[in-house]
Design a protein around this ligand. Structure first.
Ligand SMILES: [Zn+2]
Length: 184
């Protein structure tokens, strides 16, 4: 599915959700401090899972964002020699390299970003950033609509199960190793 189709579908669902809130609960969604993060979240989270595809719109936005951070930080570092700018350059470059290696330009691109575990982590980070339950809910709706319109809900749940089973067995193995070392 193309990113524009994801945006249209997610726009309809989010529009209906916000309309219900506006009409029934009188939530003033048109306040500038709310509408800007709401629209930004809707846009990013509707296309976010396709970050695992190297030629997707989401990857394009990420690369543009990283190039901007790199250029601004390099310019600031040249002027002030602030080590914080150097750290930003290193972080932006590292994310760029990791993304290039991780993302794929193929039909089999759907990886961890196409799981609900990734969606939950992304929504938690969003909550820390925006500090708003409503923005977080729009993020969750947008993410879920993407997975749904990909026809990937069951596969995503399967992947989540495998992931959590793996995490569970790793934790048990670590616990066993610790208790063996302590001589229990
Ligand atoms: Zn997708």
């Amino acid at each position: 599915m193309r990113y524009t189709e994801h945006l249209v579908l997610s726009g309809i669902v989010n529009g209906a959700f916000l309309f219900i809130l506006y009409m029934n609960f009188h939530v003033d969604i048109f306040r500038a401090e709310l509408i800007v993060p709401l629209v930004g979240t809707f846009y990013i989270f509707s296309i976010l899972p396709d970050i695992d595809h190297s030629k997707s719109h989401a990857s394009g936005i990420l690369n543009l964002f990283l190039v901007c951070i790199f250029c601004f930080s390099a310019f600031n570092f040249y002027r002030t020699f602030n080590p914080l700018d150097l750290a930003k350059i290193i972080i932006a470059t590292t994310i760029f390299i990791v993304h290039v290696k991780y993302s794929e330009n193929s039909r089999l691109h759907r990886k961890f970003p196409h799981t609900f575990t990734f969606g939950i982590v992304a929504c938690l980070l969003l909550y820390l950033l925006a500090n708003s339950i409503l923005v977080c809910m729009v993020g969750a709706i947008s993410f879920f609509t993407h997975i749904l319109s990909d026809g990937y809900v069951m596969r995503a749940i399967e992947k989540d199960r495998t992931l959590w089973r793996l995490a569970g067995s790793r934790i048990t193995a670590i616990k066993n190793r610790i208790s063996k070392r302590k001589g229990f």
